[in-house]
Design a protein around this ligand. Structure first.
Ligand code: TXA
Ligand code: MG
Length: 343
């Protein structure tokens, strides 16, 4: 298969619109940007389309997909028995990086929901994503556009790395704005529960609807996608926590040891530490107080390490502030929970 790559501007052209629509309706895949990360989309009610996503991503079939819609009202077409606070959430956070898990209606295929009676829905806050769904004229399911287990794609280059000539269409919309996947919130119960932390935080949700619970990874995972190794670069990643001084000393010490063995080492840190390490590929995610910049640079940093074939990666812990929970969640999974705590 030869992938057709379109630019966001091409979406105005009638022939491109027809191509996108027909590709979806045939059950083939279209990759498009959202405000969080790129998504690999399929017609959500097409069993062929869904199957293709699982096959192309190499994704386990019990890990459900999120349905993407372009109008808030479409939530009532596909889900039922809504809690009273759901309307408030939609009015406040949609379009945006919040996925709501609700009871599904009969017509939503179980292949899409990993066999569950619930379905996750979201209305993305990105003109290209909204346009693509509108052009399709049908609901679109879209997991993050990365091979299963790899870091999500925040730039079209990442998508091309994973999917060139493996999907029909890739739409280039530049770098995604948020850079981290949506917050997944189970809203089937009286008190909602966060299944995957994201840039819509517990505090932000509680301001609008009151108490919100946080599922932890130590619990029985309720969001099936959270039980697999995720976001992982090819090298072995270790998170280092402690005072700056101790982190620097520990990491440099490790670098020297690897260096003696001719092993390639990388460091991911904030900008203030970028000149502290010798004999390593250093990628900084931004100024420590530029939280949004840090969030958007996490996945590119992990991908960069692969690009330079780094075998051992050390992260000088930088998750703090508003997005601490979400950043730490992704880092821990990328590191397979390997953390060095320096006291
Ligand atoms: O920001 C995003 O959410 C991106 C963009 C493309 O929209 N999509 C994304 O999809 O991250 P994916 O498939 O990579 O992650 C979906 C997460 C998984 O952890 C999955 O287990 C959870 O949402 N999920 C989806 N439907 C669910 C359901 N019915 N019940 C529980 N968890 C669900
Ligand atoms: Mg994903």
């Amino acid at each position: 298969m030869k992938t057709r790559i379109y630019h966001a501007l091409d979406l105005e052209k009638a022939n491109v619109q027809t191509d996108i629509k027909e590709t979806f309706l045939r059950g083939d895949n279209v990759v498009f940007p959202t405000e969080t990360v790129y998504g690999i989309g399929a017609y959500a009610l097409s069993e062929i389309g869904i199957k293709n996503i699982y096959r192309v991503k190499g994704r386990p079939s019990d890990n459900p997909l999120i349905m993407h819609i372009h109008k808030k009202e479409d939530i009532f077409k596909h889900t039922k028995n809504h809690q009273p606070y759901v309307k408030k959430l939609i009015n406040h956070f949609w379009p945006g990086p919040l996925t709501l898990v609700m009871e599904k209606q009969e017509h939503v295929p179980k292949q899409m929901t990993g066999g569950l009676n619930t379905v996750g829905l979201r209305m993305p806050n990105h003109p290209v994503a909204l346009k693509v769904i509108e052009i399709a004229g049908v609901p679109i399911c879209a997991p993050s556009a990365n091979l299963s287990g790899r870091p999500s794609s925040t730039m079209v280059e990442h998508v091309i790395e994973d999917f060139l000539d493996r999907v029909d269409i890739i739409i280039d919309g530049g770098q995604t704005t948020v850079g981290l996947e949506s917050t997944v919130l189970d809203v089937t119960q009286e008190i909602p529960m966060i299944l995957r932390p994201g840039s819509v935080t517990k505090a932000m949700l509680e301001q609008v609807i009151g108490q919100v619970l946080e599922g932890t990874d130590s619990e029985q995972p309720r969001s099936p996608g959270t039980k697999y190794r995720h976001y992982a670069p090819k090298g072995q990643l270790t998170i280092v926590e402690g005072s700056q001084e101790k982190m620097i000393a520990y990491i440099q010490d490790q670098i020297e040891k690897h260096h003696l063995n001719n092993e390639r080492v990388g460091v991911i840190c904030t900008k203030d530490l970028r000149d502290e390490f010798k004999n390593a590929v250093v990628f900084h995610v931004g100024d420590p107080d530029q939280e949004e910049e840090i969030v958007s640079n996490l996945f590119p940093a992990l991908r960069k390490m692969d690009q330079y074939q780094i075998e051992y990666i050390y992260v000088a812990q930088f998750a703090k502030g508003t997005y601490e929970v979400a950043l730490k969640n992704r880092l821990l999974k990328a590191a397979n929970y390997q953390v060095i705590q320096l006291t």
